[in-house]
Design a protein. Structure first.
Length: 108
């Protein structure tokens, strides 16, 4: 399953957590939402591309791994999980591209 789809699906299950993977209310951050939607406890190997660097779409010039950017956007910029899923959909591998290709680094 594509990460963007997993985040979107997981977002329908419970409220958004900020500053925590899971909180006491059962809310989840964007990354945890993706895991919950897929029933995984650790990221799928299909999502290994999230270890690549990318630029934060909010912070000019701040480079993070994609997985860290997801957490950063959730916790610091308070993006909704749907906004994060939309951003991920623009940078994640597609059928036409390889997850090992440089086209996913998104670093200027």
């Amino acid at each position: 399953m594509k990460l963007s789809d997993a985040i979107s699906l997981g977002s329908m299950l419970n409220p958004q957590a900020v500053g925590a993977f899971y909180d006491a209310r059962g809310s989840t951050c964007a990354w945890a939402s993706a895991l919950e939607a897929t029933g995984l406890s650790v990221p799928d190997k299909e999502w290994s591309w999230t270890r690549r660097p990318t630029n934060c779409p909010e912070c000019h010039g701040k480079t993070l791994r994609v997985v860290d950017a997801i957490i950063h956007l959730n916790d610091f910029h308070r993006w909704s999980r749907y906004q994060i899923a939309e951003w991920i959909s623009r940078i994640e591998p597609t059928d036409e591209t390889s997850s090992s290709g440089e086209e996913f680094s998104c670093v200027a």
